[in-house]
Ligand binder design. Structure first.
Ligand SMILES: Cc1cc2nc3c(=O)[nH]c(=O)nc-3n(C[C@H](O)[C@H](O)[C@H](O)COP(=O)(O)OP(=O)(O)OC[C@H]3O[C@@H](n4cnc5c(N)ncnc54)[C@H](O)[C@@H]3O)c2cc1C
Length: 487
């Protein structure tokens, strides 16, 4: 049987961050992902905020990894060349009675490790002077200056690419169905299809499914409640409505509805919070989207909802204990959890990765690799280049002169490069997340046929096999003579 030092289950931002940090050690690491690509779970559908760290309960793992992760994210953005902008955030207070809660957040932020320079309480007028679109009802606001925004797709892809560059293997369409102990030192991991791989260490980074993976090996059960959050995404034309991320005071189910620019210049409003039974239920509802409109409209005057280009849902992995579950599993030595990674999980991922990689390397007695290369270059984005840079790139490769996605100005060269990367795009969604073809105003109405052709050419598959995402999501039908119809 094939044997690895470490198997990581799940290629979301958490699994990829752990993989990237483990790649700095002399260990043979395999990442198993049930979908066709990285960033296919919660990591693809969230607010994309690098939280400052004032919200999580002092002393919790969420607070610790939020603060460490937020600091590390900025460094990582330089090393791995992904979009990151420190735009700052406001938490709005709409009545004198709520003022105490703003002070509580400020005090908690300081206790969690932020400095007085990171946080400030502004009057309503001071806040409006910085953000003129804010509601006239705002009486004061907490200003978190170290809050930032990031591209969650680029972040996750960059972590995975850098792990691969340093020797990590990713296997997609590889769903873990069973884990059994193999002697005193290791596990056998079984995949759907019955393939088996052995490993000394197993890391559970399975998002909303992390309770199922944990409960395969442990008598101390975890229970994850998927908590759905719906969003509205608006066109770039109104991306400058606010410059900072605008929160409301947090409630029982989370941080509430925010309004924020994205790193790519869109405007985002959401999320709602609703517990659901099905961990694959990512359908938006009319009621939830109406709720987003009503609540976002309280923070920002004249929200430009006529400019909505799409809606989407993300699923929070809320563990019953309310905190992250990170570290070795007490009754299954060699098995490590990164479970219950709900918000601020995106922010925390770089710190969770560093911590768990260090713990596993220590337990394995591994040495650091001297040839570890922690850098990665982003796919060239022609739309952001100067004329000279663009001309130089086109001289090297004429595919960068062919615009395929007009809304986002994405060229054929970028799309081909997204497929050639490792791990590279294998589906329309994979291309979209890496280079934004189909992310714009027409939502892929124009570029779909050409992107399909390029995927078909690069992957060497017929057009009928090109999928939106996982197998079964093929975009074309073929006429089947035997069945006398279309299949
Ligand atoms: C509405 C919403 C808003 C949020 N906003 C923010 C924010 O602004 N800032 C922030 O810091 N955090 C935010 N978060 C939290 C953040 O998105 C998550 O914490 C983070 O993405 C979790 O990443 P993950 O890798 O743990 O999980 P996932 O991204 O879900 O990855 C888990 C992976 O495991 C795979 N998997 C599952 N089971 C198996 C199996 N049996 N075999 C193989 N693979 C398997 C899945 O397919 C998936 O790809 C938000 C979350 C939501 C839902």
């Amino acid at each position: 049987m094939e044997k690895k030092d470490v198997i990581i289950i799940g290629a979301g931002v958490t699994g990829c961050a752990i993989a990237r940090e483990l790649a700095a050690w002399k260990l043979d690491v395999l990442v198993l992902e049930k979908e066709e690509d990285v960033c296919s779970g919660t990591s693809k559908a969230n607010s994309a905020i690098v939280h400052a760290g004032f919200d999580a309960k002092t002393g919790s793992l969420k607070a610790r990894f939020n603060i460490e992760g937020s600091r590390r994210m900025e460094v990582l953005a330089g090393e791995l060349d992904f979009a990151y902008r420190k735009n700052g955030a406001f938490v709005l207070c709409f009545s004198e009675e709520e003022r105490g809660q703003v002070q509580e957040l400020y005090d908690r932020g300081i206790k969690n490790g932020l400095t007085a320079g990171d946080l400030e309480i502004l009057s309503g007028d001071e806040a409006r002077a910085l953000e003129p679109a804010l509601s006239d009802e705002v009486v004061c606001a907490l200003y978190a200056k170290s809050s930032a925004i990031v591209c969650p797709f680029e972040l996750t892809c960059a972590l995975a690419e850098n792990a691969v560059k340093n020797g990590t293997e990713f296997r997609f369409l590889s769903e873990v169905t069973a884990i059994t102990r193999e002697g005193a030192d290791g596990f056998v991991v079984e995949l759907a299809g019955k393939e088996r791989v052995a490993a000394r260490f197993v890391v559970n980074a399975a998002g909303v499914f992390a309770d199922k993976i944990h409960n395969l090996v442990s008598g101390k059960k975890l229970s994850i409640q998927p908590r759905k959050g719906d969003y509205l995404l608006m066109d770039k034309e109104v991306g400058g409505t606010v410059d900072r991320t605008i929160f409301q005071l947090p409630g029982k189910l989370g941080k509430g509805v925010l309004v924020t620019p994205t790193v790519h210049g869109n405007l985002l409003a959401g999320p709602t919070a609703e517990d659901v039974d099905d961990p694959e239920n990512t359908a938006t509802t009319a009621e939830a989207l109406a709720d987003v409109q009503a609540r976002a409209g309280r923070s920002v005057k004249a929200m430009p909802f006529r400019q909505v280009i799409t809606s989407f849902t993300g699923l929070r992995a809320h563990e019953a204990g309310g905190d992250f579950v990170i570290g070795p599993c007490a009754d299954a030595p060699g098995f490590y959890d990164a479970a219950g990674i709900e918000s601020p999980g995106l922010t925390a991922a770089p710190a969770i990765g560093l911590y768990l990689a260090g713990e596993i390397a220590k337990a394995a007695g591994a040495e650091r690799r001297t040839d570890f290369d922690g850098t990665r270059k982003a796919i060239p984005h022609v739309a952001l280049m100067t004329d000279e840079e663009r001309a130089a790139l086109i001289r090297q490769d004429a595919d960068y002169a062919q615009i395929v996605c007009r809304c986002e100005t994405v060229t054929e060269g970028e799309i081909r490069e997204s497929i050639r990367r490792n791990p590279g795009a294998r589906s329309m969604d994979g291309v979209k997340r890496r280079v934004r073809a189909g992310m714009g105003r027409c939502q892929a109405g124009f570029c779909t046929p050409r992107v399909m052709e390029i995927l078909s050419e690069e992957l060497g598959i017929p057009m009928e096999e090109v999928c939106k995402n996982r197998p079964g999501s093929e975009l074309l039908c073929t006429a089947s003579a035997d069945e006398g119809g279309v299949s």
